[in-house]
Write a protein that binds this ligand. Structure first.
Ligand code: HEM
Length: 531
């Protein structure tokens, strides 16, 4: 039997009958669609040809704005099932019963390029999952790197402006190599950890099916007793992590710009369903301050040797969408779409995201009713006092306010009802400040840990990538400043990069952080297969 999301889709499909004669949007049968109505054989086209006007008008309005980031993507449906109950840590219904499959839709994406750009560019990949749970939609909006470029969402517009093509000529596109990005990187050392990942083979996945995913932020699980536990989410692909090498990636861009998208589609069509395991790193609330980094800092990982990843379930993608626009393009993920048992932390990047996604979707999807679009529609019942707005698809009846003694209106359930979402009652106080805790300023220890966890051939690829990308930067001072920053990560790395791009190699500094290589970073070199 089809899962609840598929049943919902089937109902929408039934409302769009295939076959039968062509009609207008008003249901009037059309006799001719190839020639417009004209006055005489050689006369002007007549305004009264309503079918002509409707056909052209509808075509003129087929496009909507692409996503400001992550514009290019590919999606698929599937299901998630937990291995065992996670009740000890979370009351989230979809993490309780191994016999219950929750329908999901996943969209993979590149970040920087526009909708029509190539798949196999050097870039971060989005890995966004919508779980259609019995308690409402839960979105895990992650990437294929466990860290992010900035620590506070207020910098996101600056970062994205630096990453995107330059404003005057919209060059370059599809690659990350240009002066503005490296100018930003050299002036914002908090970017360095993610830049190390970006220069590694992780930034050129061979397939979406062979890519890890990370929630990046520290989130919170909350159990039925109201106890919170910090949690980091990890997706591990059953096929292992595999990358293209740079030359392969470049050639692939020319031969097949849809390489990753096609691979996902074809394998699902062939019944070779991709699978990921969901794992969690759990940190009890009382251990919040036991690390030398801050759990609220999205530029840091929790090393797996300190907190191992526990597998809690698996996800299989087994159906392609019917319509790219209706489903993959109109899907709207939002970090604030959470269900009871999953909560936020005060990570300033996460808090900004919790504002940004709904805000951008209000314009991208044409107003406030986009949760009614089939791909976004929960399978859980929706009863709100929200009304009207562009593209209202429901015929609401009765009054629409609460409290309400006249009938209609939806009351909130009593506080304490286990079905209701209740925010974790975290104590928060403090003066208004714009600073963060001091460990946010350590921008070098974890990039160094990443570098030292690499095999020699992986290091070579990283150096080659830095040389290729920085070698394209025209501003000599930007190249030099970036090398100075790399010298604070590792002298050998900085020297190797400097020698390839005509910059004087840096002096060895006595205080360069040099952590010992750590197996904890197995997430960094896990199963990579490209020598
Ligand atoms: C889109 C991930 C940081 C704003 C996306 C998507 C992903 C993603 C996967 C594509 C969703 C889809 O497939 O439709 C992340 C991760 C971040 C991060 C993992 C950091 C940990 C931010 C920040 C902001 C932001 C800090 C803004 C303050 C956006 C916007 C979109 C987007 C506006 C387009 C959404 C849409 O049009 O539907 N992000 N992002 N992101 N992200 Fe982020």
């Amino acid at each position: 039997m089809a899962d609840p999301k598929q049943q919902q889709r089937d109902a929408f499909r039934a409302a769009d009958p295939a076959g039968g004669p062509l009609t207008t949007d008003q249901g009037v049968v059309v006799d001719h669609t190839d020639d417009s109505l004209r006055a005489g054989d050689r006369g002007p086209t007549l305004m009264e040809d309503f079918h002509f006007r409707e056909k052209i008008t509808r075509f003129d309005h087929e496009r909507i704005p692409e996503r400001v980031v992550h514009a290019r993507g590919a999606g698929a449906y599937g299901y998630f099932e937990p291995y065992a109950s996670c009740a000890e840590f979370t009351k989230a219904a979809f993490l309780q019963d191994p016999s219950v499959r929750t329908p999901v839709f996943v969209r993979f994406s590149t970040v920087q390029g526009p909708r029509g750009s190539a798949d196999t560019v050097r870039d971060v990949r989005g890995f966004a999952t919508k779980f259609y749970t019995s308690e409402g939609n839960y979105d895990l909006v992650g990437n294929n790197f466990p860290v992010f470029f900035i620590q506070d969402g207020i910098k996101f517009p600056d970062f994205v402006h630096a990453v995107k093509p330059e404003p005057h000529n919209e060059i370059p596109t599809g690659a990350s190599a240009h002066d503005t990005l490296w100018d930003f990187v050299s002036l914002q050392p908090e970017t360095l950890h993610t830049i190390m990942w970006l220069m590694s083979d992780r930034a050129i996945p061979r397939s979406y099916r062979m890519m890890q995913g990370f929630g990046v932020h520290t989130f919170r699980f909350v159990n039925a007793e109201g106890r919170g536990t910090f949690v980091k989410f990890h997706w591990k692909p059953k096929l292992g992590v595999h990358s293209l090498v740079w030359d392969e990636a470049q050639e692939t861009q020319g031969r097949d710009p849809d390489f990753n998208r096609r691979d996902l589609w074809d394998t699902i069509e062939a019944g070779d369903f991709p699978e990921w395991e969901l794992g969690v790193q759990l940190v009890p609330e009382e251990d919040e301050h036991s690390f030398d980094f801050d759990l609220l800092d999205a530029t840091k990982i929790i090393p797996e040797e300190l907190v191992p990843v526990r597998p809690i379930g698996r996800m299989v993608l087994d159906r392609n969408p019917d319509n790219f626009f209706a489903e993959t393009e109109q899907v709207a993920f939002h970090t604030a779409n959470v269900v009871p048992g999953i909560d936020f932390t005060n990570d300033p990047l996460l808090q900004a995201r919790n504002f940004s996604y709904l805000d951008t979707q209000l314009i991208r999807l044409g107003g406030p009713n986009f949760a009614q679009i089939p791909i976004n529609r929960p399978v859980a019942p929706v009863r709100t006092n929200q009304r009207d707005g562009y593209h209202q698809g429901k015929i609401h009846r009765g009054t629409n306010y609460s409290p309400n003694s006249l009938g209609g209106g939806c009351p909130a359930v009593a506080t304490g009802d286990p079905a209701a979402y209740r925010h974790l009652m975290e104590r928060v106080d403090g003066a208004k400040v714009r600073r963060r805790s001091p460990s946010f300023d350590d921008h070098y220890t974890q990039p160094a840990l990443f570098w030292h966890s690499m095999a020699d051939w992986e290091k070579r690829h990283i150096v080659d990538a830095f040389r290729f990308e920085l070698g394209k930067v025209a501003a000599k001072e930007v190249r030099a400043r970036t090398v100075e920053q790399l010298a604070l990560v590792d002298h050998e790395l900085a020297t190797a990069v400097a020698e390839g791009i005509g910059v004087t190699p840096p002096q060895q500094r006595a205080d360069t952080p040099r952590p010992t290589p750590s197996p904890a970073l197995s997430i960094a070199n896990n199963q990579a297969d490209t020598p």
